[in-house]
Design a protein around this ligand. Structure first.
Ligand SMILES: Cc1ncc(COP(=O)(O)O)c(C=O)c1O
Length: 400
């Protein structure tokens, strides 16, 4: 059969992280003790009170299709959460519950993007943004950021980029950020929002790491800047990261009824709904609190403080302090230029550390930042300490 894949399928490149993670899995299966810093999920278990709600839903035979946009109690609870935490007023018709924030994002992109619409993505970026924008036949436009502004975009730069585009449609902003950990202040968001309003750009605000924020900083949803900004924003959030519920699959989008309704119609023809017991578990996660969320956050903060201060003691390694999420992104460019192993890029670098020192980290090229690598500190303190030793040993022998 002369079979041709779609242009869409061909445009999706396999993730550069795959080489390293496949190799790490193979080494683990061979009994090699690999410390994995690649994971993008909390290492904690889902808190018991949430698990109980999921089990109860099964016992109560709450196991059938639900309203495609999510059960009404959950959408009401999300509306109450958005009011309480973010000072945002939505009604349940303005909320769509999807199988993960990832699904929320693609539903929204499918609802708003036409062929060759331009979607602005600050770089370094979470890898699925560019892939999803490609999948909906729109064009990802990368907006470079750097350590000097803690990897945050500036309104002035955003405006310059917009002025050079033909069909600017949306900006995806992610605070706290994966992979950089940066957190935008209200003032910074205000300026960015002003530019978006001026040029009629839809803001897609991914706030999935909202609860993982450090140094007493406040998470600000860009939608809360003003009524007009709220009407130009779709807020994306979910339960994966805050409640250690990555495998349950539940995220949500909140925004203009017209967009949410269209995204909901798309979802009704694809995944139908989020599995029913997960919706019951998420309802409890969002409405109750046994203190475990804050305990996890504090533990992440402790690990971040240790990891980043240790990185900055290592010769020729520089690491900005991430203010949220659970990733640290040290700059490794010195070692790309000074090594005895013909290492030229972050993929070679990560492969070397995996093979020689048995630590798995993610090459920065996966996020559009080849001078960096990403460590996830969703890992025990013991592993972080041992991993750091291995990292330093690896660097020493690299430059010998
Ligand atoms: C920035 C960002 N947004 C969204 C997601 C997806 O979250 P979910 O598990 O809800 O699909 C992730 C997961 O890694 C993420 O890092």
């Amino acid at each position: 059969m002369n079979f041709q894949l779609s242009h869409r399928a061909k445009a999706i490149k396999s993730s550069p992280t795959l080489t390293v993670s496949t190799l790490a899995k193979k080494m683990k299966s061979e009994g090699i003790d690999v410390i994995n810093f690649g994971v993008g999920e909390p290492d904690f278990n889902t808190p018991d009170y949430i698990k109980e709600a999921g089990k109860k839903a099964i016992d109560d035979n709450f196991t059938r299709y639900t309203d495609s946009s999510g059960i009404i109690e959950l959408r009401k609870a999300i509306a109450a959460k958005l009011k309480k935490d973010n000072n945002l007023d939505y009604n349940p018709e303005e909320i769509l519950v999807s199988p993960g924030a990832k699904a929320s994002l693609i539903n929204i992109l499918l609802a708003v993007c036409d062929l060759r619409d331009e979607v602005i993505i600050p770089s370094p970026y979470w890898v699925s943004y560019t892939s999803q924008v490609n999948m909906v036949d729109a064009l990802p436009i990368l907006l470079e950021t750097g350590p000097a502004n803690n990897f945050k975009i500036k309104a002035r730069h955003l405006e310059e980029v917009i002025l050079n585009l033909s069909n600017p449609k949306a900006l995806i902003i992610n605070s706290p950020n994966n992979p950089t950990g940066s957190v935008y202040t209200r003032k910074e968001l205000q300026k960015i929002a002003e530019v978006c309003l001026k040029y009629n750009i839809l803001i897609i605000s991914d706030e999935i790491y909202e609860k993982l924020i450090y140094d007493g900083l406040e998470h600000v949803s860009i939608a809360s800047i003003s009524k007009e900004v709220k009407e130009s924003t779709i807020v994306i959030n979910g339960v994966s990261k805050a409640f250690a519920m990555t495998g349950w699959r539940l995220g949500y989008a909140a925004g203009l009824r017209q967009i949410i309704k269209s995204a909901g119609r798309i979802q009704s023809h694809t995944t139908s709904c989020v599995n029913s017991m997960t919706q019951k578990a998420a309802l409890v996660a969002i409405t109750e609190n046994d203190g475990s969320i804050e305990k996890m956050r504090k533990e992440f903060e402790k690990r971040r403080n240790f990891l980043v201060s240790e990185f900055n003691k290592i010769d020729n390694i520089k690491c900005n302090i991430p203010e949220g999420a659970f990733y640290a992104m040290p700059n490794i460019s010195y070692y790309l230029h000074h090594n005895t192993r013909k290492i030229k890029n972050s993929i070679d670098f990560c492969e070397y550390l995996l093979k020689e020192n048995h630590i798995a980290i993610v090459p920065g090229s996966a996020f559009g930042a080849d001078n960096y690598v990403r460590f996830s500190y969703a890992n025990s303190m013991e592993n972080i300490k041992e991993g750091l030793k291995r990292f330093e040993t690896g660097l020493k022998s690299l430059s010998k």
